[in-house]
Design a protein. Sequence first.
Length: 321
Amino acid sequence: MSTLTDRYLAATLRAVPAPRREEIATELRAAIADMVDDRTSGGQDPATAERDVLTELGHPERLAARYADRRLQLIGPAYYLVWQRLLRRLLTVIPGVVGVVVGVAQATVGDNPGGAIGSGITAAFQTAVQIAFWVTLSFAILERTNASLDLPEWNVDQLPEAPAERDIRLPDTCASMAMTLLTLAFLPWQHFRSWARDTDGTRIPLLDPALWTSWLPVLAGLLVAAMALELVKYRTGRWTRPLVVANALLDLAFAVPMIWLLLGDRLLNPDLVARFSWLRDGDGLGLTSRVTVVVIVAVTVWDIADSTLKARRSAAVRADA
């Protein structure tokens, strides 16, 4: 009947190269015997001492990996930080860009605005999975082939500056991105929302369907750019002059077409206007458009002025420091 030591040796030797099994078996058996003798000389029962020694040596395959100089981790400490930094940067940008491009393409070229959001999310998720898989596989191969990336040695000169007080907080960024994302999602959603039905029972969208071939893709692109600007603002941590200029340009690029569409009665679906008497008769549509224009102008002016004042205040604080 095999002893615990025999069973432990057999489990260990299965995971080591065949040419080294005899050498490792002799060395390991002697080491186990010595460790058991040390414990029994102290008065411990031999069977208990053997069990304790094997438990201390750990899992046989882990011990075999040490004998064979074989890594058990997918990404070891040599390249882990590089892998983590690269993967984080790629996943931060590429899946989102792919998702937006696919979503916009579905809503415009593919003439499927209702499925645009789902297609974009699916494409972003699949892209993230592919990036994570191939980047991890590449680094795992590099480690197991002992390839050298000639990475520079770390030194204290690479230490980043201590983080300064942030003017732009994460909750503000999340709130702004959520509102922008909801506005972006509204564009395809309204197309399939039953605002009213035509005489043949078909749904009538809120916005003029003809805008899908002109202004709606442009407005959607501006909303995506606004979300990207929010990320840049958060990474910067404070308002700067370039960010103020970029923010003002995006505000104006969105507000001007919206005002032009509203004042020209080009934004709402003509079929929908014809279905509601309060829009069709009198000045209902004109009054609604003018009120909306006033709101857009007020919000745009406030946002530009607010960002400008914050940038000046931030520059003054840094100058005093």
